[in-house]
Design a protein around this ligand. Structure first.
Ligand code: AMP
Length: 546
């Protein structure tokens, strides 16, 4: 592992984190001097580039504020509206590259590029990476998936082939993963349903007929030959009643599972840990459409302890203080502009902030929408734990329930299932206001360990889960619930595969399977219908919490 490139990378991290303040100032200086003449910045800075003026005059914005400017560029107006250099394309969503050694069985899915009215290309950043010539050149050496399987227009055919090639080359695989934890689990579930067929293909050296994509078929013809011994080995592993540790058993040389397990993905860690038994889960980086923000410098730490070190040379970072549950004394000013943004090197340990970025791609003081908590410093660069997406997830009246509040309550409630041999594999939420007063609805997909069926679950336990959730929610919720401003919390148990159907729906609407993040709260009618049509049991909290 200790190559020159690896050591060079470590040295660079030392330099960047030690000189964080200077590098941030240089970064801002460069962005402003390059773009001072753009229509957007001229409106606030009139050609000036001083940091003080930037801090005083450039407003904090969200996507909605910038949308009119972006739309004008997409429609063909000259692009020095936001950025001095010509805009050659858009990232629909952005993700940076991870540069680690070894042959990886990484599930990757490109989405077709779309064109803006003026002919500019817009693609998900993972797609853009998969299109880079360097990635394509290195692919056969570093990954088990041929490019055709990544670009296969049908994600199911692509997934089948990626698992197939990952299994065929299983002796070379040193890492199993995907961008996000949910995609790895999707892969495992797909394997549960298709392993016999995959083994048959490996045994005979022939690809199943339903894989009609010509790219995948060509790629297969180059790799596949009959291998009955390998097929028998895989079959004997998959035939085991319990799939505990299946990833480790199938890919015996894998050193770790690489996928983001923090933020909205932390709900998947228990299930992933079950399948990888003992292999570390590594969340290597924190990145968003706007910038590749930070690296996890302690990749082997537990998912719940992961911190990301923000790299001062990728963007100019500012931080909007956010009320921390533990900090009752914190007073948020009524509007963002009155709250002073804090520079990267001046954030305080233990404090939560919303991330605001200024980038060379034309975003100035842009709110990413993520809340981070400072967990410490590496040299002079702060390290952050990902807290949540900044939005109120559920609200019936004046109460605000965040992603974190919900996660905590679900964690408390699902603990009732574990000793009975059931696992909560997926959940999402929604506020039902079809009757008054409105109430919180949780959709739960539950799986029985060792062949148990979730129909065997005692309804009393589910009612208890509803109560436990209500008890675990915050003070305001409980008060409103007691006063009947909010009605009883409801859990709707959905049948196996419902959340896969939800994912399929979003993917069919254009979401990239690689970058899919299940909504923590259902907002669309269609999505709601998908889950509601698969409900196999509904349970209500019997009385308000104490
Ligand atoms: P996208 O623009 O599709 O690449 O998604 C970016 C968003 O994914 C970020 O703004 C975060 O909300 C989330 N995200 C990315 N990396 C992480 C991470 N390491 N931990 C938690 N959430 C993350």
């Amino acid at each position: 592992m200790a190559t020159n490139g690896y050591e060079g990378g470590l040295k660079m991290i030392e330099e960047l984190t030690t000189n964080a303040e200077q590098i941030q100032d240089q970064e801002l200086g460069e962005i402003l001097s390059r773009n001072a003449g753009t229509e957007y910045l001229r409106g606030f800075l009139h050609g000036q580039t001083e940091k003080q003026l930037f801090k005083k005059h450039v407003p904090i914005v969200t996507y909605e504020d910038l949308k009119p400017y972006i739309d004008r560029i997409a429609n063909g107006e000259t692009s020095d509206i936001l950025v001095a250099e010509p805009v050659t394309g858009f990232y629909l969503r952005h993700f940076g590259d991870i540069n680690q050694a070894g042959k990886r069985m990484e599930l990757m899915f490109a989405r077709p590029e779309i064109e803006t009215p003026s002919g500019l290309k817009a693609a998900s950043v993972s797609t853009s990476i998969y299109n880079e010539s360097k990635f394509r050149t290195n692919l056969p050496k570093l990954y088990t998936s041929p490019i055709e399987t990544i670009f296969c227009p049908d994600p199911n055919q692509g997934l089948y082939c990626q698992l197939l090639f990952g299994l065929i080359q299983r002796d070379e695989v040193v890492m199993v993963g995907s961008l996000f934890a949910s995609t790895v689990l999707r892969g495992i579930k797909f394997l549960e349903n298709h392993w016999q067929e995959l083994c048959y293909d490996i045994k005979t050296g022939r690809l199943s007929d339903w894989i009609t994509d010509s790219g995948c078929r060509n790629a297969a013809s180059l790799i596949m030959k009959p291998n009955p011994e390998q097929a028998d080995l895989i079959e004997s592993i998959c035939n085991y009643k319990s799939w505990e540790g299946i990833i480790r058993k199938l890919w015996t040389k894998a050193r770790y599972i690489g996928c983001i397990c923090t933020g909205a993905m932390r709900q998947y860690t228990t299930e992933l840990e079950f399948y990888c038994r003992g292999l570390p889960l590594v969340s290597a980086f924190y990145a968003c459409s706007e910038a590749f923000c930070g690296l996890n410098l302690e990749p082997l730490c537990k998912p719940c302890d992961v911190s990301y070190t923000l790299l001062p040379n990728v963007a100019y970072f500012e931080f909007l203080p956010v009320k921390n549950e533990r900090d009752e004394s914190f007073e948020m000013k009524s509007n963002d502009e009155d709250t002073e943004l804090v520079d990267l090197v001046n954030v305080k340990a233990g404090q939560c902030y919303e991330l605001v970025v200024t980038t060379c791609a034309g975003l100035y003081r842009y709110k990413v929408g993520d809340v981070l908590m400072v967990s410490g410093f590496y040299n002079n660069a702060p390290q952050f734990q990902f807290v949540e997406r900044k939005n109120v997830l559920l609200s019936v009246d004046q109460e605000k329930t965040s992603e974190t509040d919900l996660f905590k309550a679900v964690t408390e409630a699902k603990a009732l299932l574990d000793p009975l041999g059931f696992i909560l594999t997926e959940y999402t939420s929604y506020v039902d206001t079809s009757s008054a007063p409105g109430h919180y609805v949780l959709f739960w997909e539950i799986k029985g360990k060792e062949g148990k069926h979730c129909k065997e679950l005692d309804p009393k336990i589910m009612v208890e889960c509803c109560s436990r959730m209500e008890e675990s929610l915050h003070y305001t919720y409980k008060i409103y619930r007691k006063r009947n401003i909010i009605a009883a919390l409801e859990i709707r148990v959905v049948k196996q595969g419902s959340f896969e159907a939800l994912m399929d729906y979003f993917v069919s609407k254009g979401t990239s399977l690689s970058q899919y993040k299940k909504p923590s709260c259902i907002k669309s009618e269609e999505a709601l219908k998908i889950l509601d049509s698969r409900v196999i049991g509904t349970y209500f909290s019997p009385k308000p919490p104490l």
